[in-house]
Design a binder for this molecule. Sequence first.
Ligand SMILES: Cc1cc2nc3c(=O)[nH]c(=O)nc-3n(C[C@H](O)[C@H](O)[C@H](O)COP(=O)(O)O)c2cc1C
Ligand code: SF4
Ligand code: SF4
Length: 350
Amino acid sequence: MTASGVDLSVDFCGVRFVNPFLLSSSPVSNSAEMVSRAFEAGWAGVAYKTVVTDRIPIIHPSPRMKSFDRGREQLVGLQNVEQTSDRGLKPNLLDMTWLKKRWPDRVVMASIMGFSDMGVPAMHAKNGGANGISAINTVRGLAGIDPDTWVPSLGVFGKGAISGISGPAVKPIGLRFIAELALEEQLGLPLSGIGGIETWVDALEYLLVGATTVQVTTGVIHYGYGIVADMIEGLSDYMAMRGIERVSELVGRALPQLHETDAFDLRRQGISAYDLARCVGCGACLTVCSDAGGQALSWDTSSRRPRLDEGKCLSCMVCSFVCPVPGLITFREMPEGWSRAPTPTLGVEV
Ligand SMILES: Cc1cc2nc3c(=O)[nH]c(=O)nc-3n(C[C@H](O)[C@H](O)[C@H](O)COP(=O)(O)O)c2cc1C
Ligand code: SF4
Ligand code: SF4
């Protein structure tokens, strides 16, 4: 039981986890000493860093990681060229055995390889006797190119390489894979969601599309093992507030609302709605509406506020993405039969 009085434990592949939060296979799960500290912080289990036989000597490229930053925001994504564990098979197996003895209520999973394309491999994994599926691994990409040297990342002594991207940038892809696997009726295996999870809300989203547990690497690389405390507290409080007793009640609850786009009701239309009492007059909405929206805004110079021509609003909502005041611009449904004005043409009919 957590402080909020809810039970966060889950049954995954017939194994009990004290909560749904696990470390994924990567440098954050590289040794018993590290994993033990993670368990102390509250993580329920670990997919231990992928092990291989000693026949293949593993030497990691140097450097082996590159942050994908966006403006001042660091680690929006992470590119890595790390290989499987560079420790010997024996020390890794000894470490896993030690962890099992020291932490009997925590789960240690061995990772023997990763997948990049899940649909077919997932079925193969099931046919091969897998009890559950973890998805996703990293997604192939380039974090950037050095504008001075023209060397693509990671820049290992003058050489770049397309390789694995992880972190918040890949969360939409991870959510999609878990949702698709959860909807695959023939698969019917428990799922563990991975990709860009840093907060309890990220974790909740993975649960809602069908994951029973979630795994984290880049979030730990960014903030350390301690983030699990916030995840435990956040999810517990959310469940207590909504009267949800078990994590399993959340699993897959978004799936009935997930459709193909042709299921949308095109007769229902809306526009943006502005709460101008909160407007700070920055003009960001005007710029994007002119250059990327419906040219539905004009500028009231006396009040220094935007003015909306409702008939022109496309409901693209790009203005709301750039407005610095959260919740100022919202979506409003229009009455049945309302229609927007056609975009004016400059051409002359011949
Ligand atoms: C530096 C690094 C090394 C990784 N090594 C492995 C590995 O050995 N085996 C594996 O299955 N996944 C490996 N991964 C993938 C992670 O387990 C995880 O699937 C991926 O990073 C996406 O999750 P995240 O966005 O929380 O980082 C690695 C990821 C990173 C960043
Ligand atoms: S929703 Fe789109 S079209 Fe409507 S005001 Fe905002 S940017 Fe302009
Ligand atoms: S972006 Fe928001 S705050 Fe700025 S002018 Fe538009 S409505 Fe006002």
